[in-house]
Design a protein around this ligand. Sequence first.
Ligand SMILES: NC(=O)c1ccc[n+]([C@@H]2O[C@H](COP(=O)([O-])OP(=O)(O)OC[C@H]3O[C@@H](n4cnc5c(N)ncnc54)[C@H](OP(=O)(O)O)[C@@H]3O)[C@@H](O)[C@H]2O)c1
Length: 180
Amino acid sequence: MRALVVGASGMLTEVARWLAEQSYQVIVVGRNRAKLERVRDGSRYPHLFTLLPLDYGQTDQLREAMEQLIAEQGHIELVVAWINSTAPEAISTIQQVLSRPKKKWSLYHVCGSRAWIHPPLVQEVAGCSYHRIILGFVCEEKGSRWLNNEEIAQGVIFAIQSKEPQTIVGSVEPWEKRPT
Ligand SMILES: NC(=O)c1ccc[n+]([C@@H]2O[C@H](COP(=O)([O-])OP(=O)(O)OC[C@H]3O[C@@H](n4cnc5c(N)ncnc54)[C@H](OP(=O)(O)O)[C@@H]3O)[C@@H](O)[C@H]2O)c1
């Protein structure tokens, strides 16, 4: 089994390591190789990691890297992607290339809280099971706060295990209580 984690060296670090614990070969994407090395070196299964340093905002570079990955490693069953709004073509580029082998795969798309109000438009692609994960916030006695990395990683792992089409980590209601 192979999993691709895009934006792997921040809040998804523990998700990438958990996937290795589940016996996935894990390909981790980020721009900075040293940060990706830290993700791998903090795992109990570093030999299961492949580092793929690239800028997902460079669409041609991303497409070529995905094509090379599939040619060299074969089918990718699972993708977890945290992609910021500076790269609006990245999700569809990944979808197009990974769907070419005509085998089933799952995309877990991690989105910021605004996706609750304005869900991102993601095309349906044959073979791709799409799952949205919305990162909300935490309401506390005095106000609210954003999620921390541990809460995000646990929520993403729960979403992968539950396989629901949409998972909300934390809360998105009452919306007016979100942190400013
Ligand atoms: N609703 C919430 O509560 C919420 C939502 C979002 C964020 N947060 C918090 O805010 C913190 C910071 O968020 P963040 O957005 O900076 O996320 P992050 O997950 O901490 O870091 C972003 C990840 O994406 C990679 N990346 C960024 N731009 C890239 C590009 N163009 N190409 C390839 N990889 C790229 C980064 O590595 P490189 O820099 O090496 O490329 C890194 O691995 C998080 O750690 C989290 O705790 C909370």
